[in-house]
Design a protein around this ligand. Structure first.
Ligand SMILES: Cc1cc2nc3c(=O)[nH]c(=O)nc-3n(C[C@H](O)[C@H](O)[C@H](O)COP(=O)(O)OP(=O)(O)OC[C@H]3O[C@@H](n4cnc5c(N)ncnc54)[C@H](O)[C@@H]3O)c2cc1C
Length: 320
């Protein structure tokens, strides 16, 4: 077994996903512990150029027509053969639909330990955020090849990017002619009333807003400050806002200049969609809410005690 930390790079339609850069940053912390190198694992077809922005010591690249688009089947087979050949100490995957599809099957098929939902690596200890962020679990690397899925929140994507193109080393994919899962076509979501992924200022409401009637408070704030209202999943599940306004794993990924989170706990599935915001201001009554771990500014306050004075101040400032 070598001591390297492999990062399975996610990309979609020619773009490297932010989670890949976040994993590369986390990998740097782990590689210090293992005294190994950070190695990107890139699977694709004529996609070698995607390696150029990766902050890795080297990139292992498999080029195959069956890897042109993500296929769980093709990825599982290719990464499994790589693990068997190289025996890296650690493999990182995104805690995303793609990463979970590959890591869980490899863990079962190769009998390898899998540490899920890891948000931070501290002194070689792996901190996982589970049960929607309500429980923090601590694990250590096993003595065998260990698979880890990473959630956003603990590391900045920019730190996993580099202009010094790493060395790319090709490796052969195994036979991929009997795949059971192949992509037939992309189905793009219908455009909503507003594209929140392009907005600079988002006012995001969560279950803390309590009733549908209270959404008008957020609307009022948005109107006064020139922002757009979006939400966590429970708000959309209740039918209080359309799906086009949902942020997170099952919704949109947003990167506004300012993300104002009102009554949102900061569950990993939500954070996945907004961790790349330039500035995050969170208002929450619970001092232990995980949203405070990623907020630029955190306000431990009852939103309903804050909103009226806030609206008054904004009004005064607009008049003055
Ligand atoms: C497969 C899967 C996919 C998912 N996809 C998504 C997704 O895309 N997006 C998403 O958001 N979630 C998603 N979820 C759900 C996610 O796990 C959380 O349940 C959800 O994000 C919680 O939403 P919330 O923060 O609004 O609610 P809660 O977790 O209930 O948090 C409400 C917060 O409001 C605070 N609060 C209450 N009252 C006040 C007040 N008066 N003032 C200030 N603060 C107050 C509380 O302290 C609490 O922290 C997904 C879950 C699964 C399993």
């Amino acid at each position: 077994m070598n001591q390297d930390v492999y990062v399975v790079i996610e990309h979609l339609q020619g773009t490297v996903a932010d989670i890949s850069y976040i994993m590369l940053t986390a990998a740097r912390d782990l590689a210090q512990k293992t005294s190994g190198q950070v190695v990107g694992v890139l699977l694709g077809y004529n996609a070698e150029n995607l390696a150029s922005t990766l902050a890795a010591d080297s990139v292992l690249y498999a080029d195959h027509a069956a890897l042109k688009e993500f296929s769980a089947d093709a990825y599982q087979k290719t990464v499994a053969s790589l693990i068997q050949e190289k025996e890296p100490r650690v493999l990182l995957f995104g805690n995303t639909s793609i990463g979970a599809d590959v890591a869980s099957v490899l863990s079962a098929r190769l009998s390898l330990p899998l540490i899920g939902s890891c948000v931070q690596i501290s002194d070689g200890k792996l901190i996982s955020q589970i049960c929607g962020g309500k429980i923090m679990a601590e694990s250590e690397l096993a003595e065998t090849t260990t698979l880890i899925t990473i959630i956003p929140g603990g590391y900045k994507a920019e730190e996993g990017q580099s202009e010094n193109s790493p060395e790319v080393i090709s490796f052969d994919a195994p036979a991929l002619d009997d795949l059971r899962i192949m992509l037939k076509s992309y189905i793009e979501p219908e455009a909503g009333d507003v594209d929140i992924s392009k907005e600079d200022f988002l006012i995001s409401i969560g279950r803390g807003i309590q009733t549908e009637d209270n959404i008008e408070l957020a609307d009022e704030l948005a109107e006064m400050l020139g922002g757009t209202v979006c939400a966590s999943r429970p708000i959309v599940d209740q039918g209080w806002l359309p799906t086009s306004r949902m942020v997170g794993k099952s919704g949109q990924t947003v990167k506004p200049k300012l993300y104002l989170a009102l009554g949102i706990s900061g569950a990993p599935e939500h954070v996945e969609g907004m961790a790349g915001s330039e500035m995050i201001v969170a208002i929450n009554m619970d001092p232990n809410a995980p949203i405070f771990d990623i907020a630029t500014y955190g306000v431990e306050f009852d939103f309903f005690d804050l909103i009226d004075p806030l609206l008054e101040q904004v009004e005064e400032a607009a008049e003055g």
